[in-house]
Design a protein around this ligand. Sequence first.
Ligand code: G
Ligand code: G
Ligand code: MN
Ligand code: NA
Length: 254
Amino acid sequence: ISLEAAMFSAVREGEFLLYYQPIVDARTREIEGFETLMRWKHPTLGMVPPARFVPIAETNGLINLLGAWALKSACVQLKQFQEVAKRNLYISVNISPRQFRNDKFLDVLDDAIAFSGLPGEQLVLEITEGTLMIDPAHAETILTKMAERKARIAIDDFGTGYSSLAYLKRFPISVLKIDRAFIRDLPGSQKDGAICNAVLDLAKHLDLSVVAEGVETDEQLAYMAQRGCKYIQGYLTGKPMAAATAIAALNERT
Ligand code: G
Ligand code: G
Ligand code: MN
Ligand code: NA
């Protein structure tokens, strides 16, 4: 049977799960939050990566169901993480273009917040430039309503989409996540260095926080930290991990 057909039964069988990747303070490497990343544990295929199933779910609409489940589960999971850490953390959740444009999206968001009891300010919603640009007027309406709920908006893969910078002025955005393509060749690449510096400068003047994604080496971390990047995410400071492993990591550091 096709992967697509298998996905429907996978939802019923509870084969989808969430992994969590730490987002850390660039200076102290203290965990500040986690990005939620979906996984499919197929009984015979093993771990199916989201690069394979998210595009299918985006096409057939299953992403709405999966995304609603992920958002709610992530908010509930964060409460447990916070109990272990004995301090506030935040949870960052990817929202696909189709989810963002779904009529029920704000209801899904309200349900996740109400069910978990998580304050909206501890939730970050990651969207790409592409998601914003499909229909900027609609995006403005939804983003404004998200901001009313105190949820923060992060631009994922910043710098890789087709968009104008005008949206940074128009929309209530709080976080820029620098795509790992710009981090990979640091500190050697002058061009990537120039791009990262420009993003950090822009963010500073627009009062946005910056997360450097895909940080794999101490040198990359040092490069970004020295230039004022406050948050780091990457294999260096933590791979995407199961909730139990994340709890162990939090215990280790507290
Ligand atoms: O974890 P991994 O590197 O395999 O993730 C690959 C991609 O899958 C991510 O860049 C992201 O776009 C997508 N993805 C992972 N989890 C989610 C999720 O919960 N919702 C959505 N919409 N996309 C996700
Ligand atoms: O597109 P998005 O940023 O949502 O997805 C993040 C993706 O990046 C996930 O698939 C995650 O597994 C991957 N990732 C996270 N940290 C690193 C890293 O340090 N190096 C590489 N190559 N990939 C990473
Ligand atoms: Mn992301
Ligand atoms: Na990204």
